[in-house]
Design a protein around this ligand. Structure first.
Ligand SMILES: [Fe+2]
Length: 145
């Protein structure tokens, strides 16, 4: 019945976020929007721009919030992480290397200084590592044999 469509990512630095998502996830930009429905404006009063990015069949809706950004507390009830599955095991290592090369490039502003984790493999052979985007939102990249 359900098919995954997109994740909404809110940020106080749209340009930084769009750049990082394009470079890290190899996203293409589908469209951008600057006029919104009454419902959207009621839900997200400070939105001024929305950008849809896509990688494979995974889409992100990146939109700006005002600069009164407050980091989400660790114990807040929220979506804690999203997991993207890769098709080849070596892609995990590639992604992890890409994460560090973008982090160390100085071209992006990261809200957290936490590095990506090591790749761990469980007893069923499922491997994964965790990393933060530029806003401090957590993702998992996973390979399932
Ligand atoms: Fe997970």
């Amino acid at each position: 019945m359900f098919k995954f469509d997109h994740i909404g990512i809110q940020t106080d630095d749209l340009e930084n976020t769009v750049k990082w998502y394009k470079d890290f996830f190899s996203c293409e930009q589908n469209w951008t929007l600057a006029e919104f429905s009454d419902l959207t404006l009621k839900r997200l009063p400070s939105i001024t721009q929305l950008v849809e990015l896509q990688t494979g069949n995974f889409k992100f809706h990146i939109f700006d919030i005002n600069s009164q950004h407050v980091a989400v507390p660790n114990n807040a009830i929220q979506y804690q992480h999203f997991c993207l599955q890769v098709s080849e095991k070596n892609q995990l290592e590639e992604l992890k290397n890409r994460w560090f090369s973008l982090y160390e490039s100085g071209f992006y502003k990261f809200k957290l200084n936490d590095p990506a984790t090591d790749i761990v493999t469980d007893k069923d052979g499922v491997s994964s590592f965790y990393f933060y985007d530029v806003n401090g939102l957590e993702f998992e990249a996973m390979y399932k044999p």
